[in-house]
Design a protein around this ligand. Structure first.
Ligand SMILES: NC(=O)c1ccc[n+]([C@@H]2O[C@H](COP(=O)([O-])OP(=O)(O)OC[C@H]3O[C@@H](n4cnc5c(N)ncnc54)[C@H](OP(=O)(O)O)[C@@H]3O)[C@@H](O)[C@H]2O)c1
Length: 305
């Protein structure tokens, strides 16, 4: 699969350089972020092959070896993950194989093939006890199987002796491909179902479109290491639901709930951080940019969904 030779511009002053990558691959190709990344690359005149789980299970080292032999990618975005946060509590081994060991499988082959590896991680690597936004090098302390296994995945990449990796932690994703929180709120609200949403957990909703663009900005600048990228603004799940319903013009029976009340209703659910706002200063320092407010991104999501 080739890459368009055309030169594009990301802003008025800088030539878009990512076309140096001759072969771009995306694992977890059936997912929400993978679709948005394909769109973002296509918009820049770059072709990417999105590979679904049926072709490559990242937890299977032989699958991963075959993938690299077939495509020999120069740039790989790993969007594959076991993202069912509550399901991970019931399936810790599976979660570990995919989220924990899968990225290591990719990183080893990426090192052998000289591939730049871009991987996505989560705010759930933190425990939520901070009183300020988390910086990339802040102490991690996951409180769920999902968070724990995603952190292991980060470490597996970092353990491979290759400088050419980029890990982007993000949070509260929404986008037009796949199930996401706004879509669920709208569907349930339209169906007349009562919505009881936690009002004391805080974070930054993030558009997969904006995250894709921002990640490509980093790749284009040959950035490596650990970054935090989210849309701007801080909100609770309750306010996120309220804003979504207003944006979509849906009248719904919506009421706030505390985490304590929620846990009583769903005792088996995974624990979530109370405050998982990510500090994007490192991204801004490299690119000179800050992502727009999440409410603006939500308006665009409504327009395009
Ligand atoms: N969604 C969020 O709110 C959020 C927040 C923070 C970080 N992230 C991170 O962002 C990344 C993308 O998330 P997303 O929301 O786009 O997730 P998603 O829509 O659930 O997509 C994940 C994809 O991974 C695939 N997959 C699962 N196990 C696999 C395996 N063993 N091998 C290959 N592919 C596999 C899934 O395939 P199937 O459909 O066949 O299962 C699915 O297509 C993930 O790393 C996630 O941890 C997400």
């Amino acid at each position: 699969m080739g890459v368009s030779p055309m030169h594009l511009f990301v802003n008025d002053s800088m030539e878009f350089r990512m076309d140096v990558y001759r072969s771009i691959l995306i694992t977890g190709g059936g997912g929400m972020l993978a679709h948005a990344l394909v769109d973002a690359l296509t918009a820049k005149g770059l072709a990417a092959t999105a590979v679904r789980r049926a072709e490559c299970d990242i937890a299977d080292p032989e699958d991963v070896t075959r993938l690299f032999e077939k495509y020999n990618p120069s740039l790989l975005f790993n969007c594959a993950a076991h993202t069912g946060v509550d399901l991970c509590e019931d399936e810790p081994d599976k979660a570990n194989a995919i989220n924990g060991e899968g990225p290591g499988n990719l990183a080893r082959l990426a090192q052998e093939h000289g591939t730049k590896l871009v991987h996505f991680s989560t705010d759930f690597v933190f425990d939520g006890q901070s009183d300020r936004p988390y910086k990339p090098n802040d102490q991690t302390h996951p409180i769920s199987v999902y968070g724990e296994t995603k952190l292991r995945g980060e470490k597996r990449i970092q353990q491979v002796d290759s400088p050419d990796w980029l890990i982007v932690r993000t949070a509260w994703l929404f986008g037009r491909y796949g199930n996401c929180f706004p879509q669920t709120m709208v569907k349930m609200g339209q169906a007349g179902r009562p919505l009881r949403v936690v009002s004391d957990q805080f974070g930054s909703p993030t558009s997969t479109v904006d995250l894709s663009e921002a990640t490509l900005e980093l790749v284009d600048r040959s950035a490596g290491g650990l970054f935090h990228i989210t849309n701007s603004g801080i909100t609770s799940w309750y306010e996120f639901a309220q804003t979504t319903l207003r944006e979509f013009g849906v009248e719904a029976d919506l009421a706030p709930l505390t985490t304590t009340e929620w846990v009583k209703l769903r005792p088996k659910q995974a624990k979530r951080p109370l405050y998982s706002v990510l500090d994007g200063e490192k991204y801004t320092a490299i690119t000179g940019k800050t992502l727009r407010h999440w409410t603006e991104a939500l308006s665009d999501y409504r327009t395009h969904s």
